[in-house]
Design a protein around this ligand. Structure first.
Ligand code: ADP
Ligand code: MG
Length: 448
């Protein structure tokens, strides 16, 4: 095989076909049926190998050999001879099936997710900065970059933003964005179709490999093995790898340790629920993007931002709901009364005054500068453990929740662990003034 990548062979052949087409050497019907389906398979010092789909097309190619060789020679700027070969005559020649082609070769980037429309606040500042740095300086500082956080907080948005940035600023770079379940299907299909070598070759040509929701890779052992080799190959060439997940790499279950240790070797950054100001700014951005002439009072945005700030997807969904109702009922202004009416049947709509587990978690996280996933994790550093004990204590004290239920809210801990946390805080409040004052401050923030 030549040193040309599959992509560059394709590019060269497309240019050659374009020349043949514009030169009007063939009748269009003949061109579309017989010529168009050909492929440049190899290019080396002995000449070019072009794969043709059938005996008939080979005959047509042979009859027009001189014209086709001239077109290819012009593209390459050197004289070249071509050998026209049937697919079946090439040993080990395999072709990706349509499904795999779609997964791996189609541009999967969604234009709507960019850095420009990603609102930056305390909760996502680090992940946004790291993602941008990878887009600008691939493979240099943070490799791999691992972005983790709960669902709906902007991980997929950032992954597409990296891809779109590269597409705009370095269009020659090859970006592969892939959802990890698609990756598993790709591997399973290509093993079945014996095209796995082809798939590996295409992935190894990537400058950026962006994999979304990597925690789902746990379903495929064989895929992990192949992923491990691909990962090492790209990493050793300094190609940028970015992964997202709903949990921190060290808590990934069912993923081989050798992979986890590689994920941990770059930079892992958490992304958290947006705080009030960021939620407001996101709402404003989303309204601006819709480009609709709607008069929404600020108090309404504040109301949505306080009620639904756990997750940006939810925030956006509720804004859409409000706008839908506004279009339907056409009020003069969209004020708080209208918003309360619009959301009155929503079971998730807890009035701002009601204390909930997520409000407690959020207040504790804000106080200790932690992310929600850290709070719920198994991490045992003093700061995180203390914060977790306090959150558990507050859930018991103010929401009167059963210990087992609190356990479920904190990473599936059992009843006795939760009880021990509760008692520990009770004791520390009595013994340590600083501790008591921290708990009081958090309670105050919660309006208790
Ligand atoms: P995740 O992948 O973390 O589950 P997504 O990236 O799919 O979340 O984000 C869910 C929705 O919220 C998307 O529509 C996304 O554009 C939006 N979103 C999340 N964070 C932001 C942000 N900081 N600025 C603007 N939109 C955001
Ligand atoms: Mg996502």
């Amino acid at each position: 095989m030549s040193n040309y990548t599959r992509n560059s062979l394709q590019l060269i052949w497309n240019q050659t076909l374009d020349k043949l087409k514009t030169g009007a050497f063939f009748d269009m019907a003949i061109f579309n049926t017989y010529i168009h389906e050909s492929k440049l398979y190899d290019l080396n010092q002995n000449g070019a190998v072009v794969i043709v789909p059938s005996f008939v097309s080979r005959q047509i190619f042979e009859n027009n050999k001189a014209v086709i060789e001239k077109a290819l020679s012009e593209v390459l700027d050197q004289t070249i001879t071509i050998n026209f070969t049937l697919k079946k005559d090439i040993q080990n020649y395999t072709e990706l099936n349509e499904e795999n082609k779609k997964i791996i070769l189609e541009d999967k980037l969604l234009d709507k997710y960019t850095f420009d429309n990603f609102v930056v606040g305390h909760s996502n500042r680090e992940s946004q900065a790291a993602a941008l740095s990878c887009a600008v300086n691939p493979g240099e500082f943070f490799n791999p970059l691992f972005i983790y956080g709960n669902s709906g907080l902007g991980k997929t948005h950032l992954l597409h933003a990296i891809g779109n940035y590269v597409k705009e600023h370095s269009p020659e770079k090859k970006v592969i964005y892939i959802y990890s379940e698609d990756f598993i299907s790709l591997i399973v299909n290509s093993i079945r179709d014996k095209t796995i070598e082809e798939v590996k070759r295409i992935i190894e040509e990537a400058d950026y490999l962006l994999i979304d929701d990597i925690q789902r890779l746990k379903q495929g052992e064989r895929s992990q093995e192949i992923f491990f080799n691909l990962y090492n190959n790209l990493f050793s060439k300094g190609k940028q790898i970015v992964l997202t997940s709903d949990i921190h790499p060290s808590e990934l279950k069912g993923i081989e340790n050798r992979l986890i240790s590689r994920f941990n070797s770059g930079l892992s950054v958490g992304i958290d629920s947006p705080e009030f100001e960021t939620s407001l700014a996101i709402l404003e951005k989303k309204i601006e993007e819709r480009n609709e002439q709607l008069l929404i009072e600020r108090s309404v945005l504040e109301y949505i931002a306080t009620t639904y700030s756990n997750d940006v997807r939810e925030l956006e969904g509720n804004l859409n709901k409000l706008i839908f109702k506004a279009i339907l009922y056409n009020p003069k202004v969209i004020d708080l009364d209208f918003a309360i009416m619009a959301f009155k049947d929503d079971p998730n709509n807890k009035s701002p005054g009601v204390l909930t587990v997520s409000k407690i978690k959020k207040a504790v996280c804000d106080f200790y500068g932690l992310t929600k996933s850290q709070l719920e994790s198994k991490m045992k550093t003093t700061n995180i453990s203390n914060a977790r004990h306090i959150a558990i204590y507050l859930c018991r004290k103010h929401l009167d929740m059963p210990f087992a239920k609190i356990g479920m809210e904190f990473g599936g801990r059992d009843h006795s662990t939760i009880m021990a946390s509760y008692e520990k805080v009770n004791k520390l409040i009595k013994e340590k003034e600083l501790f008591a004052s921290a708990v009081m401050k958090i309670e105050k923030k919660l309006g208790i």
